[in-house]
Design a protein around this ligand. Structure first.
Ligand code: AMP
Ligand code: MN
Ligand code: MN
Ligand code: MN
Length: 276
């Protein structure tokens, strides 16, 4: 089985349209594919149309920003009913937080001498969903930084000019939105947060306690050690395992749709429990 359950389009911070990413998944021979934009399911209708044309098995999805112990983490919802009101009310809430944050980022950058940041960033985005990636692109384009890594470090995190704290809803509430929409809640890329292994383990215990369903055991950047550890923790907590590339389509990145290492234990693979 070739499965990729974590991908972005330009409805959040990806480069390509939903239709284009579905096409890439077909070219990569994926047996199962999900579009999981940040805090929106707006791209799903277009993705489904192309998936039907190409006979791609598409799972509806979304990647929702959430809080665990006052730290931002990401929860992927898979197999959600995109018309569910509870889910959509939750996503609208997060979209509103993003709009407020975008204004604050812009103000912070203005104080640092960078004018019209909001307008310039909005001009780069295909939708009004602004992520920090859009601000990063703008800052690189305007010559303030040379690459993504340095722009996040110098401008978009912590106490830096465009570092803004957002209070997302806690994991129990976000898991609730996904369940209300009939979906499975997957803790995304456990090793991508600035957390010690002990913290990650505690996060997974808490995630199970709030009825989370699974954890992303394999992402495009996972090392063998990370895969083995997260698989072990998934088993210990009776969580399903998932895999996804977190493809955004940015240039200078080697991440490709469907190019993933195997799950160590696919007996508890989440895709056995997804409608498609
Ligand atoms: P946001 O959800 O708007 O805060 O933006 C988070 C997104 O920015 C993540 O999904 C990544 O795609 C990207 N991102 C976050 N930190 C970094 C970083 N240090 N370097 C490159 N991209 C990053
Ligand atoms: Mn992203
Ligand atoms: Mn993420
Ligand atoms: Mn992602």
């Amino acid at each position: 089985m070739k499965v990729d359950l974590h991908n972005h389009s330009y409805y959040s911070d990806g480069v390509f349209s939903p239709s284009e990413v579905v096409r890439f998944s077909e070219e990569a021979d994926c047996d199962l594919f999900a579009l999981t934009d940040h805090d929106t399911t707006e791209g799903f209708v277009e993705a489904q149309k192309t998936a039907d044309e190409l006979s791609v098995k598409l799972v509806s999805g979304v990647e929702i920003s959430a809080f665990w112990r006052n730290m931002t983490i990401h929860i992927v919802g898979l197999g959600v009913d995109v018309d569910n009101d509870i889910l959509q009310d939750g996503l609208v809430h997060n979209q509103q937080l993003r709009k407020e944050r975008a204004k604050k980022i812009s103000l912070g950058l203005w104080r640092a001498g960078i004018k019209d940041a909001l307008e310039k960033t909005q001009a780069l985005s295909k939708t009004d969903m602004l992520t920090r990636t859009h601000f990063a692109q703008m800052l690189i384009r305007e010559g303030h930084c040379k690459d993504m890594k340095s722009v996040f470090r110098r401008y978009l995190t912590g106490k830096k000019p465009g570092g803004v704290r957002v209070e997302w809803k806690n994991i129990d509430e976000v898991v609730g939105w996904i369940h209300a929409a009939g979906g499975q809640a997957i803790l995304a890329h456990p090793f991508r947060y600035k957390m010690t292994q002990t913290k990650i383990k505690n996060m997974l215990i808490d995630f199970k306690e709030v009825l989370g369903d699974g954890v992303e055991v394999v992402t495009a950047t996972s090392t063998d050690e990370e895969i083995s550890l997260s698989n072990q923790w998934a088993e210990e907590n009776e969580l399903f395992s998932s895999c996804g590339s977190d493809f955004h389509g940015w240039p200078n990145q080697r991440i490709q749709i469907g190019c993933l290492k195997d799950l160590p234990n696919d007996d508890n693979a989440i895709w056995k429990y997804l409608p498609c």
